[in-house]
Design a protein around this ligand. Structure first.
Ligand code: ZXY
Length: 497
């Protein structure tokens, strides 16, 4: 082999290695789809139906599902009992393994990917004596006895409670609210975790949300991630495709253990995004500053950032985080999240709650309810289904329509009215001032009549609500009254008359 040939092989090899490392950042979406929805606490059979009836037709790329492994049953059935596994049997209130497998088959068949929330850090917390799980297994968390895996005391870190969150040793080796802390440096634990993840991959998942990643050393996680098998080609994934990994690292900016330790391994939740977008649309920060949205705000690089307005945990905490409870501002923040090209976006789909620990909608036998829909497709029986709000699913469509374009022609009024183009494919305006927005703005779009996809949609060749006339120069009169139902106007090439 010639010298240049050897060199080029070396370069190709290095590129491949780089590709392999970067590969766990690839979500394996179909076509131009590019948003994930978290169907929090939904049943597998209902998700399968939702993939077919709603998510695929509306261009959603994937679903984050609640934890799949058998969990301890806690009185009152708080949502967080699912974060306390006692075995890796796939039996929870969402359904059994057959139902889970059926969901994967049906969602993948319509091009909607499934990402599973996995608990690699811990098992269930101490309870009085022997507990029973959702799959009928028994365990004794107090003595670290989980015979259905099996795990015993030797597989866990010695007990200590995390008191000092700035102490790396405590955060990674002690117990988070007495959840039994697995020792991922042992071969036995690694093998059990890889076996569990491989099982899910064989069934057809596209990747994982890694819960409490900050509580495990990145070097231990890397060993586990590197060992899991490639995605299952039977479900339409390419050969050698690696599972998409996004890690929950709660880092508000000054933590001892930070997001950058984990971002080489996969995407990382960007909690500062949630804080800042909530603050801005609550009026604590002028929208004009959003022009520099992204790394300039101390956020991760776009391709490493997993972003959301709220998640299942911080929607319960109050503060700046916006939720469905502040509907007008929430829809604006979500529209901005989906309109601005930054990060991998997840839409939250909640159940209605009044207190932090409240259980998801269930019947008198503690069986989860299936969502029911009214004539407009909105959920009615305790499920909020933000993903079925027109203003939200139509912005998922907007994001698909403008995929691959940049922000241009930023306009603002120096305060809380902003607008921008996405290439020559989409245009969006926001009004968070208490006076009307009336401006002639450059939309960057070809001349024509476009339907506003926030107040309505393009249906059977007509706009069901507002329309915008773009002239030959790309200009249009944009109007957003301060007292309108929504504070956003969005138009794109796929909603042109
Ligand atoms: N729980 C109630 C009672 C027990 C569950 C509570 O008051 N917890 C203490 C404050 C929240 O701390 C938790 C964090 O992550 C968890 C927790 C948890 C992850 C789990 C299971 C859990 O309790 O029980 O898989 C946590 C970790 C951090 C951090 C802040 C919080 O900076 O690194 C809860 C449960 C919360 O409130 C929960 C559950 C699942 C999650 C999550 C939070 O993915 O982020």
């Amino acid at each position: 082999m010639s010298k240049t040939n050897t060199l080029s092989h070396l370069i190709v090899g290095l590129l491949l290695l780089g590709g392999l490392i970067e590969a766990q950042h690839e979500p394996h979406w179909w076509g131009n789809r590019n948003s994930i929805v978290h169907l929090f606490e939904w049943k597998w059979a209902d998700i399968a139906k939702e993939c077919e009836d709603f998510l695929a037709p509306h261009g959603f790329a994937g679903v984050q599902v609640s934890p799949v492994a058998e969990n301890v049953v806690i009185a009152g059935r708080p949502w967080w009992e699912r974060y306390q596994p006692i075995s890796y049997k796939l039996v929870t209130r969402s359904g059994n393994e057959a139902e889970f497998a059926d969901m994967l088959r049906r969602c993948n068949a319509v091009g909607v990917r499934i990402y599973v929330d996995v608990l690699l850090n811990h098992m269930a917390a101490s309870h009085e004596g022997i507990v029973k799980g959702t799959g009928g297994s028994i365990a004794n968390p107090s003595t670290k006895y989980f015979p259905a895996v099996p795990y015993a005391e030797i597989d866990f870190h010695p007990s200590c409670e995390i008191h000092d969150w700035n102490d790396r040793f405590q955060v990674q080796n002690c117990e988070l609210v007495s959840l039994k802390d697995l020792d991922q440096s042992t071969e036995w634990v690694r093998e059990r975790l890889v076996e569990f993840l491989d099982h899910l991959i064989k069934l057809g998942v596209a990747g994982f949300r890694v819960d409490a990643a900050k509580h495990m050393p990145a070097e231990d996680l890397k060993i586990i991630y590197d060992r899991v098998r490639d995605l299952n080609i039977v479900h339409g994934f390419p050969h050698n495709a690696r599972p998409f990994i996004y890690q929950e690292v709660i880092d508000h900016g000054h933590e001892t253990i930070n997001k950058y330790e984990y971002s080489p391994l996969g995407a990382v939740t960007e909690f500062r995004f949630s804080q800042e977008i909530g603050g801005a649309f609550r009026g604590h920060n002028q929208l004009k500053w959003l022009q520099s949205w992204g790394p300039a705000w101390g956020f991760l690089p776009s391709e490493h950032a997993f972003v959301f307005v709220d998640n299942h945990d911080n929607q319960r905490d109050g503060g700046n985080v916006l939720t469905y409870k502040n509907a007008k501002q929430y829809k604006m923040a979500t529209a901005f999240t989906l309109a601005y090209p930054y990060g991998i976006t997840r839409v939250m789909s909640s159940f209605d709650f009044q207190d932090h620990d409240q259980a998801p909608p269930a019947d008198e036998n503690e069986q989860l309810l299936s969502p029911e829909f009214d004539a407009d497709g909105a959920c009615v029986n305790g499920w909020v289904c933000e993903h079925r709000w027109r203003q939200i699913y139509n912005m998922v469509g907007f994001k698909n329509a403008v995929r691959g374009t940049e922000v241009s022609n930023w306009w603002d009024n120096g305060d809380n009215q902003i607008a921008f183009c996405r290439g020559n494919r989409g245009f969006i305006a926001f009004n968070n001032n208490n006076w009307d927005l009336r401006e002639r703005l450059h939309t960057c779009l070809p001349a024509g009549v476009y339907c506003d996809v926030i107040s309505g949609a393009l249906v059977a060749g007509k706009c069901t609500s507002k329309s915008v006339i773009v002239d030959d120069g790309g200009y249009a009169d944009i109007e957003l009254g301060a007292d309108e139902f929504d504070g956003v106007l969005a138009i794109h090439v796929n909603a042109k008359l």
